[in-house]
Design a protein around this ligand. Structure first.
Ligand code: NOJ
Length: 621
């Protein structure tokens, strides 16, 4: 169906891109898709919005909007109810390791591969079955390894290829699977391909995207997405840092290179990949300007030309056919901006693309961006969470996560006072291990690690934060205001060293770490928490074990029970029945679940009639 200004809104949302784009637009306005499905607004024609907005929606915005809406056409995946197949990765608990901050084995203040090996027994003790390791490849480190110089060798600071082979073996000896983080959208500007391109080698020039006159796309790390290279006499596209140059995936040689690299690592025994911003690999032909209104709504100009580009599904299918399927490799793609229906295109079991993906809408409140100064309201993520439980279809399997290396700590984000750190961290664990999907724990989340009390710009390391500060202050934002934004949104919060013990440098390293250790390590650390039955760590361990012993918590059906907006109450049903009751607020609430049975889990040590702040209970029937 071709969408035009004459298409009714209720028909627009029948297509994958229509559904997701409209849902996202409404979400950012704090509204729900029900507005279109359940009210006469659904009968309005798209063009009417332009007229009704009194100039707020321009004609060029509507053109861009209609182009996005038509970008995918009808959904091709099966809408039939299906039988959810079983798979190891649906049953596994993943643990994400950020190597630089996990464990330093050689006393240089930087985490390394041998350090990860040292701590595999801890990961096993936690109950995780698989590790996602952020990039460890040779890199000049403009973006902590997400700028790869050589995909087949290891960053010297982290160790050697032999160390990684040892890591694969040690994981497998413990029945832990290992997935590695492949960055296929861009390479470092120090990669041999780019260096050859700069020297005028035509073959390698064709690996990247060039322009004499850059379009208006902006970079995720501030400023224009184009950098001028005098040697080439042209600008090269970089959606991220200016040392991360986007590859031209329309060039079959680039795709072949990437498939060979994936094959190299699969031959070494890794079990799959986390695919960095993989949904950005295909860009609209000719790289046209982005619509400024779409840009300001989404935060980045040009995004409609690559967030689910014209050949994305085709390239993912090719990748799967050429490399992934023959090895039976697992994949989880990072797909920012993809809504549910477009995600179904990528992860449907009948589509031959990826196993799973990460979509991020639930980890920011509607209308908010990461650097906004605000307390995350847990209530506001519920509609999004529930939608992924109920509308993603039997053919797809959600990922469950609330933290990673790109986001502040969830317990701090939801409560900057720190008063309810323990309760919120445990509440998050309840969601991770009782919702349907594959849980991803980010290192330190299982300890309830918090944000770092950054005071000075010199304490930050992340290129995104430093660029953001520079951009804001150069646009007239006062320095203390800009510092506050960093304090709320910086990725460095998640990158401070893992807190292993109350010893020197939190037991992370014998020398001063590359980034500050959170001063609260004397209380919040793995050693102390292992010894405390009421700790966040032991809560994670017991919930992981509960999930493993009751397969209903994995494969059982999900049903939300309607109560008030302050609570999240749901049921997982199969051979057994679990009811989860969560108080999403910092105030006492009435417990609507009248049961004579006592809960099998509570995030408070003692029972009570009413629900206390952020209380989370699991009942089994
Ligand atoms: C997403 C990664 O998670 C992030 O850390 C990185 O900066 C960008 N992709 C660019 O590779």
């Amino acid at each position: 169906m071709e969408i035009t200004r004459n298409t009714r809104l209720k028909d627009v949302i029948r297509t994958a891109s229509g559904h997701d784009t409209v849902a996202r637009l409404l979400y950012s306005l704090g509204l729900d898709l029900d507005l279109i499905t359940n009210t006469p607004i659904g009968l309005l024609k798209l063009g009417a919005l332009e007229k009704l907005s009194f100039g707020k929606i321009s004609s060029s915005f509507m053109d861009a909007f209609i182009r996005i809406l038509n970008s995918l056409g009808e959904s091709e995946f099966s809408n039939e109810p299906g039988q959810t197949g079983i798979a190891w990765w649906k049953e596994a608990v993943f643990y994400q390791v950020y190597p630089r901050s996990f464990k330093d084995s050689n006393g240089d203040g930087i985490g390394d591969i041998k350090g990860i090996i040292e701590k595999l027994d801890y990961i096993k003790y936690l109950g995780a079955d698989a590790v996602w390791c952020s990039p460890f490849f040779d890199s000049p480190n403009a973006d902590n390894g997400y700028d790869i110089r050589d995909y087949r060798s290891v960053m010297a600071e982290f160790g050697t290829l032999d160390d990684v082979k040892q890591l694969i073996k040690e994981c497998h000896d413990r029945d832990i699977r290992l997935i590695i983080d492949l960055v296929m959208n861009h390479t470092s500007d120090e990669h041999e391909w780019f260096r050859k391109a700069l020297c005028g080698d035509e073959k390698y020039r064709g690996y990247y995207m060039w322009s004499k006159k850059p379009n208006n796309w902006t970079s995720f790390f501030s400023g224009s997405a184009w950098k001028y290279f005098p040697q080439a006499g042209e600008y090269a596209l970089h959606l991220f840092a200016d040392k991360q140059i986007d590859l031209n995936w329309d060039n079959p040689d680039v795709r072949k290179e990437m498939y060979d690299i994936a094959g190299f690592w699969l031959d070494l025994g890794v079990d799959g990949f986390r695919l960095d911003v993989v949904s950005f690999i295909s860009k609209t032909e000719g790289l046209p300007d982005g619509d400024p209104t779409v840009g300001s709504l989404m935060g980045f100009t040009g995004i409609e030309h690559y967030f689910h580009g014209p050949h994305l599904d085709e390239y993912l299918r090719e990748f799967n056919r050429e490399v992934l399927s023959p090895y039976g490799a697992y994949t989880v793609g990072e797909c920012p901006g993809n809504g549910i229906m477009m995600s179904r295109m990528i992860t449907g079991d009948d589509r031959g693309e990826l196993s799973q993906l990460f979509s991020f809408d639930h980890i920011e409140n509607p209308g908010k961006k990461r650097f906004d100064v605000y307390d995350f309201d847990l209530r506001k993520m519920v509609p999004e969470l529930v939608r992924w439980q109920t509308e993603y279809s039997d053919h797809c399997w959600p990922t469950l996560f609330f933290e990673n290396h790109d986001n502040p700590r969830i317990c701090s984000k939801a409560d900057h006072t720190g008063r309810y750190r323990v309760q919120i961290s445990k509440l998050i664990a309840v969601l991770l291990f009782t919702l349907k999907g594959t849980p991803y724990v980010y290192q330190g989340g299982e300890l309830g690690m918090t944000d770092y009390p950054f005071r000075d710009l010199s304490e930050y390391r992340d290129v995104e934060s430093l660029n953001y500060f520079r951009e804001k202050t150069s646009c007239g934002v006062a320095e203390d205001e800009a510092m506050k934004m960093l304090l709320y949104g910086s990725r460095d919060h998640a990158r401070t060293p893992m807190q292993w013990s109350s010893g020197k440098n939190a037991g992370f390293s014998d020398s001063a770490p590359w980034i500050g250790v959170n001063p609260n390590y004397t209380e919040i650390n793995a050693e102390a928490e292992a010894a405390d039955p009421g700790s966040v760590l032991n809560c994670y361990r017991s919930l992981i074990s509960l999930r493993k012993t009751h397969r209903t918590l994995i494969y059982g059906s999900f049903r939300k029970i309607r109560t008030s907006k302050n609570l999240l109450v749901y049921e997982r049903s199969g051979d057994e029945n679990f009811t989860v009751v969560i108080n999403l607020t910092g105030r006492r609430r009435k417990n609507p679940f009248s049961s004579d049975s006592s809960p099998v889990f509570s995030n408070y040590p003692d029972p009570a009639d009413a629900l206390r702040p952020y209380e989370a209970l699991i009942y089994r029937r």
